[in-house]
Design a protein around this ligand. Structure first.
Ligand code: GLP
Length: 259
């Protein structure tokens, strides 16, 4: 795992934006795995700016989102369909037919999840998966004890996650209990993973993911098995790491061709 620590979330977002932009310039038909939540909003803002001011193109690119709520209409302000349009899709030249999101209102939920896996396979797999992390170590909506071998499927949210998500809904009780999410194995099959975490609220989960044992109790720790997982943190999110100074030395000593 490559651990990149930046002074601020803004600088960390800048590093992530450069990685995504470099991929799109090198491979305009790249397949992006996208995440939602507060963490990547500034990244999408940067990508929209690069599209507007520097001609970064999304026309040939495709995308797959990590997860979606079950039973929330696509137009609802909390749905991830809505989030993605608002933060990225409405502002860049990505084509509708290349955008993939799980349908949390599908009648045949297992069929929907299988179709998603097939669609990912059909495009040749995901090149770069953007990830956030939950305070208990979830990635996507793979809650603690999710199998590290899991694929796209329906999951039940923990109470804590439902509490964390309450702000997006009118009432706590409106937060769905069920979600569809790519599995850990689905995520591990992407070519590069780029996980962003900011703020002290994420520090424990980040330390467990990077320095703890590989365990379904901390689903993000499965990324230790990934060949190219990069974790970009601000100081606060890195605050519980034991080997912080080592990660910094590694990053600073990186030859420029490797950056
Ligand atoms: C949700 C999303 C995750 C995200 C996590 C953290 O559970 N499904 O993909 O990483 O929240 O959210 P935030 O970035 O708002 O802290």
């Amino acid at each position: 795992m490559e651990v990149i620590i930046q002074e601020t979330a803004e600088k960390a977002t800048g590093v992530a934006a450069r990685i995504v932009a470099a991929l799109l310039r090198e491979k305009p038909d790249a397949v992006l795995g996208l995440a939602t939540g507060n963490t990547p909003t500034a990244l999408y803002e940067q990508l929209v700016r690069l599209h507007r001011d520097e001609g970064l193109g999304f026309e040939a690119a495709s995308s797959f989102n990590l997860d979606e709520f079950v039973g929330v209409p696509e137009a609802h302000r909390a749905s991830y369909h809505h989030y993605m349009r608002r933060h990225l899709f409405d502002h860049v030249d990505v084509r509708d037919e290349n955008v993939h999101l799980l349908d949390g209102n599908a009648e045949d939920i297992p069929g929907e999840c299988d179709r998603y896996e097939e669609d990912i396979r059909d495009v040749g797999g995901i090149d770069l998966q953007i990830l956030g992390i939950g305070p208990e170590g979830h990635i996507g909506f793979n809650e603690p004890t999710s199998s590290l071998g899991s694929r796209t499927r329906i999951k039940t949210l923990t109470r804590r996650t439902r509490r964390d998500l309450a702000g997006a809904f009118d009432e706590q009780d409106d937060v769905p209990k069920h979600v569809l999410t790519m599995g850990i194995q689905t995520i591990l099959e992407t070519r590069t993973c780029l996980l962003l975490a900011f703020g002290v609220r994420k520090a424990r989960a980040v330390a467990a993911m990077i320095e703890g044992p590989v365990s379904a109790s901390v689903p993000a720790s499965g990324l230790q098995l990934h060949e190219d997982a990069r974790v970009i943190l601000d100081e606060a999110a890195a605050s519980e790491l034991e080997r912080k100074s080592y990660y910094r030395e590694v990053y600073e000593a990186k030859p420029s061709w490797q950056r």
